[in-house]
Write a protein that binds this ligand. Structure first.
Ligand code: NFS
Length: 672
């Protein structure tokens, strides 16, 4: 180790860097070993204040033009401009929608790869992929304009499965580049919302076109109207949420199985000292699905035993973790900010990465240990010589997976003396979705959203929150996620969660039915205990935010809570966001009618007029709007205030008064 020690410029303070015991332990361990992590780099390097405010334009070589706000704010006319004359609003809007383009591209390209593999599977061209959930295929087919029945001699019968699958696959793949028409999935939204989109002129045509058009419009000297720029940003974000992401989720469910609630563990403590530990990290489940199957094969388990291990422990990081968790119960080892720490345990025999949210520094960390870092995707390679590239190909997917698992097993014996796995882990129930919420909350007689709506109307459940998104090394790791979620459920707001937020909730024991008794207000607690669900429902990865859109649509359809998503007592949140994908998600939530609060900061502070457009004017257009609140308790209460406002508008605020308890009541119940 000694010769591998890096020079860490400044050390992070572990206890202020994260609320997790395991993360703190591993930060200290890394520092002891002289291995630098993101937490140290975050105290060494400060972010650029002008970039943070969204007012640095580097879209041409006359710049970068930086337009800082005057010290005493804008008095009178805002005269700031770049060399070409671009105003702060134009620059800020351009930067903002370029983030949407980046995010929508990432999610949607994932969806595209899934669609291509799905079509190949339907045609029987790739033998390792099959249709696992024909019921879901037949459910979604009509949304793709594909008929599921056929009339033969006057008798209506189901169409051939293969035929339907091929037709759905062909329509799906075409959604990225069809020359005419609009995205099919848009039709899944409530009609009033579709009408708003039509009125605003933001209905997406095809996924690629909306992203390309952002790059064109934000090129030097094209679109110079922040409202018009934002219109395109909205259109591309909808092409993500109601397009690429939704298709990705649909077809993954059909190919790999629609998740149903299952039990699993979470946190770095899931790694085992006496097992071969393989960590899958990234986003696309195409390869990780195969790795799960390979790691469970008796042949490879026996092989691991022949090398002195007791078996193979698979675990995940980031959204690949959520994908294999929700379908197979593979435990997540951690969130985005824990990726380096998984290697620093010294017990990670292979880390297999695909795309997105992968630190370049993993290669430096892996160098200090025996870990084989394996890149697998043609579009995401690392230049460092210690990184192995095994390019994954769906035509020989299982073969690739077996090869990777074998490499990990062979590497087991190379472990050094420096193994230290934190003991901490929690149990959780994950794998919820539109279908299982229907089943669990609908009861056995009425498998729909009526019971959920009923409990919202009678006030036991105050409202619905979607808490999603990343970690950000500029905020205390997992603190905002956990504080906000706890505050929401304490106030009877049921939480739907995805992405790293969901992993954090799982790690902190909030995704268990038992947590209702500990953390929930009396109304939500009663509902959770009656139907046996956790107050925080894990809905999967970030592309699965499309599940939240569809769940909200089901709630609208079930009736009694207005006609559109914006009428619902609901709010969205990304407490520790950092990626462009989060901005795309935020915008499609806003444009779908959801009041959406981000933590940390928003890169719009430098252009107050554009900021107001997002925070205020959007509501008149779509019913949803942006907000930002770094303080987690205030953040939760802004969401709750919005939920209460909606309850009042629906005339159901009185119902809730009956179940409201004051502090003394709560103390009497031992709940405070
Ligand atoms: Ni979402 Fe998932 Fe995590 Fe953020 Fe990255 S893993 S796609 S972007 S960091 S939640």
């Amino acid at each position: 180790m000694a010769e591998l020690k890096e020079k860490i410029v400044k050390l992070a303070d572990a206890s202020t860097a994260s609320i997790d015991q395991s993360t703190q332990e591993m930060i200290r361990r890394a520092q002891q070993l002289g291995v630098e992590t993101v937490f140290d780099r975050a105290v060494t390097m400060k972010p650029c204040a002008i970039g943070m405010q969204g007012i640095c334009c580097k879209n041409c070589a006359m710049g970068p033009c930086r337009l800082p706000l005057p010290k005493d704010g804008i008095q009178g006319e805002d005269t700031r401009k770049g060399l070409c004359g671009a105003t702060a609003n134009t620059i800020c809007a351009r930067n903002f929608i370029r983030m949407i383009a980046g995010g929508a591209a990432a999610h949607s390209d994932h969806g595209r790869n899934v669609a291509i593999t799905f079509l190949a599977a339907a045609k029987g061209e790739v033998e390792d992929y099959k249709i696992k959930d024909p019921v879901k295929l037949f459910q979604i087919a009509p949304y793709y304009g594909v008929a599921t029945t056929v009339e033969v001699d006057g008798v209506v019968k189901d169409r051939d499965l293969r035929e339907v699958a091929i037709a759905v696959g062909e329509v799906a793949v075409a959604e990225w580049g069809k020359p005419t028409g609009n995205l099919h999935m848009i039709k899944r939204a409530p009609q009033p919302l579709q009408d708003k989109w039509a009125e605003q002129g933001v209905i997406p045509r095809n996924v690629d076109r909306e992203i390309v058009e952002i790059m064109h419009r934000t090129h030097m000297g094209v679109d110079q109207d922040y409202k018009n720029l934002m219109k395109q940003g909205t259109r591309a974000s909808l092409a993500d949420g109601w397009g690429g992401s939704m298709i990705g989720t649909d077809l993954q469910d059909v190919m790999f199985g629609t998740p149903t609630p299952l039990q699993a563990e979470a946190d770095l403590g899931v790694m085992k000292a006496d097992h071969v530990n393989i960590i899958v990290h990234g986003h696309e489940p195409l390869l990780s699905e195969m790795i799960v199957a390979a790691a469970q094969s008796q042949e490879l388990i026996d092989y691991s035993k022949s090398k002195g291990a007791k078996g193979i422990q698979l675990a995940g990081i980031c959204c690949t973790a959520n994908e294999v968790l929700q379908r197979h119960g593979v435990p997540p080892a951690g969130t985005f900010l824990q990726q380096e720490l998984a290697i620093i345990t010294g017990a990670c025999d292979a880390m297999v990465v695909d795309v997105q949210c992968i630190f370049q520094n993993l290669a430096n960390v892996a160098k200090c240990f025996h870990t084989k870092l394996i890149t697998t995707h043609p579009i995401a390679r690392m230049e460092q010589p210690n990184v192995l590239h095994i390019e994954f190909d769906e035509h020989h997917a299982m073969e690739d997976a077996i090869r990777i698992v074998k490499i990990a097993i062979d590497n087991y014996e190379n472990r050094g003396a420096e193994v230290m796995i934190p003991r901490h882990k929690s149990s959780q129930v994950a794998g919820f979705g539109v279908e299982s919420i229907k089943y669990h909350l609908g009861g056995s007689f009425r498998g729909d959203y009526f019971t959920l709506n009923d409990n919202i109307i009678n006030g036991r459940i105050r409202g619905i929150a979607g808490v999603v998104g990343c970690n950000n090394a500029r905020t205390k790791h997992n603190d905002e996620h956990i504080t906000i979620i706890k505050e929401l459920i304490k106030n009877d707001v049921i939480v739907l969660t995805t992405g790293c937020s969901a992993i954090a909730a799982g790690m902190h024991g909030l995704c268990t039915p038992e947590s209702a008794a500990v953390h929930c207000g009396p109304g939500l607690r009663e509902v959770c205990e009656t139907v046996g669900i956790p107050p925080v429902l894990h809905l999967g990865s970030c592309v699965d935010n499309s599940r939240i859109l569809l769940a909200a649509t089901e709630v609208v359809k079930a009736g009694g809570l207005g006609n559109d998503i914006c009428d619902l007592p609901a709010a969205g949140s990304a407490p520790e966001w950092m990626s462009e994908k989060a901005i795309s998600i935020g915008q499609y939530f806003v444009a779908s009618g959801v009041y959406t609060v981000f933590g940390y900061h928003m890169p719009v502070e430098g252009a107050p007029v554009f900021k107001d457009y997002l925070y205020k004017d959007m509501e008149k257009m779509y019913g949803g709007m942006w907000d930002c609140e770094p303080d987690p308790v205030k953040h939760a209460h802004k969401m709750i205030a919005h939920i209460d406002k909606k309850r009042k508008e629906l005339g159901i605020d009185k119902a809730r008064d009956r179940v409201l308890m004051d502090m003394a009541d709560r103390q009497a119940l031992g709940m405070e």
